[in-house]
Write a protein that binds this ligand. Structure first.
Ligand SMILES: Nc1nc2c(ncn2[C@@H]2O[C@H](COP(=O)(O)OP(=O)(O)O)[C@@H](O)[C@H]2O)c(=O)[nH]1
Ligand SMILES: [Mg+2]
Length: 293
């Protein structure tokens, strides 16, 4: 069985070497995606014997995951585990994370930081992750507690059937939304996350907002009828209600009610636009899909 561990890395010279060497004891191969680091990440990874995929410049976490998926496919990985380069994940947890795939129960396993007590996760991060996870769960068949964890395992089917497009941190929810839509099964297992001061590469607020936006984008593409159609129908109904009210007011009072009329026109128009967007997007997405895009 080819157990491959893939590490997206951006300026991680301090930690990458020892992580690779410890991983080699349990993995058949270790892939490092060096995403335009300006330090010694690439050299260290190379000398430690990892398969290094270099990006000429920094493209983002999602681009790193994409390159790792590609390479893992090329070298015929049976299971790909994605693992952070900054020392926050524990190698001992890999066994737990791959277990449901070894048992053939699921296609993707997410190592959740919230299924057991984890000291040190800052409150604002917990809050942000929970909001994004709630939004993501709205479209998932298997509900999760940690949609943002980078510690995951993928089987062959997930590796070959998922087309990744998000270059940023939005990739974490993109993969879950697309996998769930393709009928893949997702499980979560508890992992320990180690916090040793601030280890994040990105600012938490801009990071959170951009992930939330890209999550909405993927939900809207994967579920256009629900995402645009339902609000469209609700708005149209409200609009219609106000149209009737406006007419009634006019016939009873004999005076034209500008506010009621404005709401009537506004809601009906917006509702119609949303419904049309839903239909157009639904058709478009299905045409693209039929062509294998
Ligand atoms: N490929 C790539 N990896 C990145 C980038 N930014 C962070 N990473 C890696 O992604 C992992 C998690 O990053 P980190 O900033 O610690 O995220 P956090 O733990 O969720 O705050 C680490 O292995 C980083 O080296 C990037 O721009 N490109
Ligand atoms: Mg980190």
């Amino acid at each position: 069985m080819e157990l491959v561990v893939g590490i997206p890395a951006y300026n991680e010279e301090k930690t990458i070497g020892s992580i690779i060497i410890r991983l080699q004891k349990i993995a058949s191969k270790v892939i490092v995606c060096n995403d335009g680091s300006t330090d010694l990440t690439a050299e260290i990874a190379q000398r430690c014997g990892a398969i290094v995929v270099n990006h000429p410049k920094n493209l983002g976490y999602g681009a790193g995951i994409r390159s790792i998926f590609q390479k893992a496919g090329e070298i015929n990985a049976d299971i790909l585990v994605t693992f952070d380069a900054d020392g926050q994940h524990r190698i001992e947890d890999i066994q737990t994370v791959i277990e449901p795939i070894l048992k053939n129960e699921v296609d993707i396993v997410v190592g959740s930081r919230f299924l057991k007590e984890n000291d040190g996760v800052p409150e604002y991060r917990k809050f942000g992750i929970k909001v994004i996870t709630k939004v993501t769960n709205a479209t998932l068949s298997d509900k999760l507690t940690d949609s943002q964890s980078g510690f995951r395992a993928y089987n062959r089917k997930a590796l070959s059937d998922l087309a990744i497009s998000d270059y940023g941190m939005g990739v974490s929810t993109e993969i879950l939304i697309k996998a769930s839509n393709k009928g893949m099964k997702i499980a979560e297992v508890p992992i320990t996350i180690l916090y040793d001061g601030d280890t994040s590469t990105h600012h938490p607020v801009s990071h959170g907002v951009s992930v939330l936006f890209s999550t909405m984008k993927f939900i809207s593409i994967e579920h256009p009828l629900k995402f645009y159609g339902i609000p469209g129908i609700i708005l149209s109904a409200i609009g219609l209600f106000f149209v009737v009210w406006t007419i009634q007011y006019f016939s009873e009072v004999g005076d034209f009610p500008p506010v009621l009329a404005l709401i009537a026109i506004g809601a009906t128009l917006l509702g119609t636009i949303l419904i049309m967007t839903a239909i157009l997007l639904y058709t478009l997405v299905n045409v693209v899909r039929e062509r294998g895009g």
